[in-house]
Design a binder for this molecule. Structure first.
Ligand code: AHR
Length: 326
C-alpha cells in the first residue's frame, strides 16, 4: 500500500486486504516464503463489448487471483471514457499498490495519470495505448494493432487487389488505438490496388452495431459491395446476419476479413462465411501480472511487451479450431 491515500481509501483497502489475507494465508502470497505481501491492483477494463473482451477479462481475473498473491479490484467502464477515468481516480483514492488500465480511447489520460504518479502508484497499460507521455506509466503489455491491420490489408491486396473491388469497413471504437492503428496498417497495405473504399463507419466493436451499420451499407450500396473489412470478429458476425437477411451469401457474395480469431469468428471462417482472420491475442493476464509484480517490487521492466499474433485462412481455421483456447 502507498503512503499517500485518503482515510476512506485506507479503511476500504484495509478491509479488502484483511479479507484477502484470510483467504491467501496470513497475508502471504500462495507461492511465497511468508514475507510476500498481497498486492492490491485496480484494473480498469474497457467494458464487455466483444468475445475478445470476455476472454481478456477472464485471462486477467485468473492471473490476478488471490492464489497468485493479488487482491483484484475490477471495474468495467461500459466503453465510456469518463467512467473509466473516474474508476482510475477511485483506485488512486483507495491507495491501491498498482493500477492496470486497458484504455478505451487514446487521448485524455494526462491528468489522471499524473495524479497516479503523484500518489506514487504505478500504472501498467494493458491491450491498448495512450497518447500521454511515457513517463506517466511504467509499462505496456499489448498487441501490434498496426501490424494486424497491415496483415489483413496485405491478404486483401494479394487476393483482390488486381480486380476492381468495392470495400466497406466496420471500424472499432473511434479514438481507440486498436481502431486507429488497424486502419492505418490496412490502408497502407491496400494503397495502389484496384480496391475502392465505398464507406467506412464505426460499429464500436459490438455485434449489434456491426449489424446495424452493415444494414445501412447494404441499403445504400446493395450488391456493389464485394468485400468487408471489420476491425473485429464481433462486428463481422453482426454483419453476417445483415448480409444473410439481404439474401446474399457471406464469404461468397461478400468476402469478409476480420481481426481477433475468437471461437465464434473462427467457426464462421471454418464454415466458409468469413474468408480471413488476423488474430489479436487476448490472453495477456499472465504477462501483465508478472510485470505488475516486478514493478511493485521495484525491479526494472521494459517499456513495452508486444504479444505475437497469427493469421488464419479457412483451411487453417478448420485445423486450429479444436485446440482454440478462447
Ligand atoms: O483492443 C482490442 C480490441 O478490443 C479487440 O480487437 C476487440 O474485439 C475489442 O473489443
Amino acid at each position: 500500500m502507498k503512503a499517500k491515500k485518503t482515510l476512506a481509501g485506507l479503511a476500504l483497502v484495509g478491509a479488502i486486504a484483511l479479507t484477502t489475507a484470510g483467504c491467501a494465508g496470513g497475508g502471504s502470497t500462495a507461492g511465497g516464503g511468508g514475507d510476500d505481501k498481497v498486492i492490491t491492483v485496480g484494473f480498469a477494463q474497457t467494458g464487455s463489448e466483444s468475445g475478445w473482451r470476455s476472454a481478456n477479462t477472464e485471462s486477467m481475473k485468473t492471473a490476478f487471483s488471490e492464489a497468485n498473491g493479488f487482491n483484484l479490484i475490477f471495474n468495467a467502464a461500459d466503453n465510456k471514457p469518463e467512467a473509466q477515468i473516474a474508476a482510475v481516480r477511485s483506485f488512486i483514492n483507495q491507495g491501491v499498490d498498482a493500477i492496470v488500465l486497458a484504455p478505451i480511447v487514446t487521448d485524455g489520460w494526462d491528468d489522471v495519470l499524473k495524479e497516479a504518479k503523484d500518489a506514487n502508484i504505478p500504472v501498467i497499460l494493458e491491450d491498448r495505448t495512450v497518447s500521454a507521455s511515457e513517463d506517466l506509466y511504467a509499462s505496456w503489455v499489448g498487441l501490434d494493432f498496426k501490424k494486424e491491420g497491415e496483415t489483413a490489408g496485405k491478404w486483401v491486396a494479394e487476393n483482390f487487389g488486381k480486380t476492381p473491388t468495392n470495400l466497406v469497413v466496420l471500424e472499432g471504437t473511434t479514438g481507440s488505438s486498436a481502431a486507429t492503428d488497424r486502419a492505418t496498417g490496412f490502408n497502407d497495405a491496400i494503397k495502389g490496388t484496384d480496391i475502392t473504399v465505398l464507406d467506412s463507419q464505426t460499429g464500436n466493436f459490438t455485434r449489434a452495431e456491426g449489424k446495424t451499420v452493415m444494414e445501412g451499407f447494404l441499403q445504400k450500396y446493395g450488391s456493389q459491395i464485394n468485400l468487408l473489412f471489420a476491425h473485429n470478429d464481433d462486428m463481422g458476425l453482426g454483419a453476417l446476419d445483415a448480409i444473410k437477411a439481404a439474401g446474399l451469401k457471406p464469404g461468397t457474395d461478400i468476402k469478409i476479413v476480420t481481426i481477433d480469431a475468437v471461437k465464434d469468428g473462427m467457426t464462421a471462417l471454418a464454415d466458409g462465411e468469413f474468408n480471413y482472420i488476423v488474430e489479436c491475442n487476448p490472453l495477456l493476464g499472465d504477462k501483465v501480472a508478472e510485470v505488475v509484480k516486478k514493478v511493485v517490487a521495484g525491479e526494472s521492466v521494459d517499456k513495452q511487451y508486444i504479444v505475437e499474433d497469427q493469421a488464419f485462412d479457412q483451411e487453417q481455421a478448420k485445423a486450429a479450431l479444436p485446440d482454440r483456447k478462447y
